[in-house]
Write a protein that binds this ligand. Structure first.
Ligand code: TRP
Length: 397
């Protein structure tokens, strides 16, 4: 068996929305339910043909698995026309974990492929409205988290990172346009808000929608409304962009395109939640080599068998083994992943040994992140977060 995607057992009580991801997720069902499109081999081939680049490991391994209008983005790119990327983060914790880095590493790859501007929204307002946090704290975390994001290697000449609290004014014309086009009933239907939700929550979806439109960034795109936007994100963010795509034509704007990822599993297994507030559920970007080794050895859910004899006979279960599943994310060498998969599923490799393979993979990754982050000065953050023209934007119409 060359590659085993994560186990997707029968789903009961599956919830996938921006605040809750629980249950055993069947991703094919989710595509049907959300009305998105599967990322097919034919489209991946077109991506490679048009961009002249090998599809990212996470595309080839089905981790980015669903999309909306990616084909239109590729046609636009093939025609030599400008586009931009948009992604974001809700800054609710001091330090990011490896799961948080995935959309940013992927977005960095897309920026290299398309050589286009990128806007990154830090939703400090969202975290204030939803969490028990002080407003100042959310704002501080936005700049703090921006350092981890910048450490992923974004091109400073093509990337604008903004805190909603600071930048809201420039987006406000589009925010009110969006708000006027969505009724109270609709926002409640899409997001499940009830009578006890504060009114800030009801209004917020328009804030996350606004960066999908180039005119929210006049310093980058001038008044152009014809520059398409591609949003890489985890599939739980899709409700925001279903709403955005619904209102776009009524506002005379283009619908944003999307590329959706599956979720990164917690150390304890695919059905438990990885949480920034639970130290043991994740590897953090600040963890030391020793912490990484200890956490993997102690907590990584094992698909190995009860006894060595049984394991040698039956082999490990790749679909539930977290070390293997994490290697599918972070070990980019296909041949090496296949070798480990074969060794482990045949029983030649033991649980402790596949954990050692994972540690060997994660330690340099985290060390490299820490080195890159140490180089991100306050001045660098300030530059990324200053509204300014970006390279590759074709603001001139
Ligand atoms: N709501 C997202 C979160 O809590 C942050 C976010 C804002 C985002 N805009 C986005 C994520 C666009 C992906 C794409 O993390």
């Amino acid at each position: 068996m060359a590659d085993a995607p994560a186990a997707e057992p029968a789903e009961e009580d599956v919830i996938v929305d921006p605040w809750t991801v629980s249950g055993n997720i069947n991703y094919d069902k989710l595509i049907e339910q959300f009305g998105s499109q599967p990322l097919t081999p034919a489209l991946i081939e077109k991506f490679e043909r048009v961009t002249g680049r090998t599809a990212h490991t996470w595309i080839r391994r089905g981790i980015f698995f669903s999309h909306r209008d990616l084909d239109a983005i590729l046609d636009n790119h093939a025609a030599g026309k400008p586009m931009y990327l948009y992604t974001g983060r809700g800054p609710s914790s001091e330090s990011l974990h490896l799961g948080h880095l995935i959309p940013f590493h992927f977005t960095k790859y897309l920026q290299d492929v398309f050589r286009c501007p990128l806007v990154i929204q830090m939703t400090d307002d969202e975290k204030f409205l939803w969490k028990d946090l002080q407003l100042d704290e959310c704002h501080r975390l936005a700049a703090e988290n921006a350092k981890d994001i910048i450490a992923c290697g974004f091109d400073i000449t093509r990337t604008f990172i903004f805190s909603d609290l600071d930048y809201i004014g420039s987006m406000y014309p589009n925010i009110v346009r969006i708000q006027k086009a969505v009724t109270y009933n609709q926002v409640r239907g899409i997001f499940g808000f009830d009578d006890s939700c504060n009114i800030g929550k009801h209004a917020f979806p328009a804030v996350q929608a606004a960066p999908s439109f180039p005119s929210s960034f006049p310093h980058i795109f001038g008044t152009r409304v014809d520059i398409p936007c591609l949003i890489p994100c985890a599939i739980d963010q899709d409700p925001y962009f279903r709403m955005t795509r619904d209102v776009a034509p009524r506002l005379g704007f283009l619908k944003p395109a999307l590329l959706h990822s599956k979720f990164f599993p917690a150390l304890q297994g695919a059905t438990s939640k990885m949480s920034a507030s639970d130290e043991s559920s994740a590897i953090f970007c600040t963890d030391s080599q020793k912490q990484i080794r200890d956490k993997v050895n102690r907590y990584a859910y094992s698909g190995g068998r009860e006894t060595v004899e049984e394991h040698r006979e039956k082999g490990g279960d790749l679909a539930t083994d977290i070390s293997y599943q994490w290697l599918r994310f972070f070990l980019h060498d296909d041949a090496e992943l296949a070798r480990i998969g074969d060794e482990y599923s045949s029983g030649r490799m033991l649980s402790g040994e596949i954990k050692a393979e994972l540690v060997k993979c994660l330690v340099p990754l985290v060390a490299q992140h820490q080195q890159a982050r140490a180089l991100v000065t306050d001045d660098v953050v300030k530059t990324f977060m200053t509204p300014r023209p970006l390279v590759g934007a074709s603001a001139e119409s």
